[in-house]
Design a protein around this ligand. Sequence first.
Ligand code: PLP
Length: 381
Amino acid sequence: MIYLDAAATTVVRREVLEAMWPYLTGEFGNPSSHHAVGHVAAEALKQARATVAECLGCRASEIIFTAGGTEADNLAIKGIALANPRGRHIVTTAIEHKAVIESCEYLKRVHGFQVTYLPVDRNGIVDVAQAAVALREDTTLCSVMLANNEVGTIQPVPEIAAAAHAKGVPMHTDAVQAAGALELNVKTLGVDALSLSGHKVGAPKGTGILYLKGRVQVEPVLHGGGQEKGRRSGTENVAGAVGIALALRLAEQGRAERMEHIAGLRDALIHGVLAAVPTAVLTGHPEHRLPGSASFCFPGTSGEAVLLYLEEHGIVCSSGSACAAGSDEPSHVLMAMGFPREVAQTAVRFTLSDGVSEEQIAEVVGAVRDGVRTVMGIGGK
Ligand code: PLP
């Protein structure tokens, strides 16, 4: 099998599993317990927090462990917006992950917020000047993803953060897809909050992180025993925290060289597919995109049919977001980028991770060419 769906999830790295193992077995303590068994767990949690803080360039006290990227986004959006006394307005984009969009819609529905969804251009990029105009006196939060999960486009987050700060608005970024691919230093990015998910970088599913800048107030989403300094109650997933911290550190090691290699393979895939399928359209920005992301539309086909053909030939990829898989609705991301519905329904996304070879890329290009031809031959318009 050739697995080109790293944006959906990745395998847990062996080193990560091994580092977690003790905290699932012998060292099984609850970090809140006031005895030696608990202290061992508390120490592991402290170490994990310090490791994450080092990777993000922040203080350990600014790291909140969550049960995934979705929870981190929910806590950032609902938590910051509700705690900020400036008003009831949020600025975000039309191409965010549903974890962000649905959190905003919740605030609209239940708390009477107004939400401005910034448009994007054909390449999926937000216009900084447009973002600046959308920020108001009563804006409580600006949230713009660092890299898109469907088309890989990278947003000008530092510039938008500067525009938000000029108006006194805190800035959140969903960096779930950027982890392990792009620089995640929160000071360089200029953000006040940043979400991460473990299972995109070789840690288990159900692990996540929210970076929250020291002075930013947050209304908790989960209430209970007051763990994570009252910002996220619930007995800490010690093994999960150890796992995501190590996965993040490993993903940072030699990142530039690894990503250069992956970007080379991605470019070979993009050029190969565009040459082999003259009707193919590359979606997302041609340059400002994640090193491992190659996404296309194949007008005149059905994306699902192409996926099926590829899977029958041992290639696993996706139509866009794994979360939207199975729904007939075309991607909200491609629609926001201005693709007609019938073209958006032909989307196929390849996301590469370490271990993919040149030979495999050549095989994928051949299979895409044959798959598109076959699908067009059977059901082509
Ligand atoms: N944000 C983005 C951009 C994502 O791609 C995903 C997952 O695909 C999430 C948030 C949600 O993360 P999780 O699967 O850990 O809940």
